[in-house]
Design a protein around this ligand. Structure first.
Ligand SMILES: [Zn+2]
Length: 111
């Protein structure tokens, strides 16, 4: 089994996992390993900034869009992004011209 993280309460490493729950044998503190974004994946932009649903991002290079003849231009602003469940590499959003985009986060920068 993989090592469990140290207890956030007493910082000792005598911890174990019980399903999604982490339990500290020393102080009895219980917490879930998967905190933050609902699905447990942390989505980051090209600079390593964490992205959350509702954020605004900027496209950092021209991208071809599947099913569209219009390319997505560098500098295009995508407002109110949505995260893709269990997928840290893509977000969904709309540009002014193209709706329903699925974009790779490595081509995005948090605005
Ligand atoms: Zn503890």
């Amino acid at each position: 089994m993989s090592a469990t993280p140290a207890c956030p309460q007493c910082t000792l490493e005598n911890t174990y996992a019980d399903g999604a729950l982490m339990i500290c044998a020393d102080c009895g503190f219980e917490w879930t390993a998967e905190e933050g974004v609902g699905s447990g994946v942390v989505v980051r932009d090209s600079n390593g900034n964490v992205l959350a649903a509702g954020d605004t991002v900027t496209v950092i290079k021209d991208l071809k869009v599947k099913g569209s003849s219009i390319p997505l231009k560098q500098g295009t602003v995508i407002r109110n992004i949505r995260l893709v469940e269990d997928d840290a590499e893509h977000i969904e959003g709309n540009s002014d011209k193209i709706k329903g985009l699925v974009l790779k986060t490595c081509f995005l920068k948090k605005a």
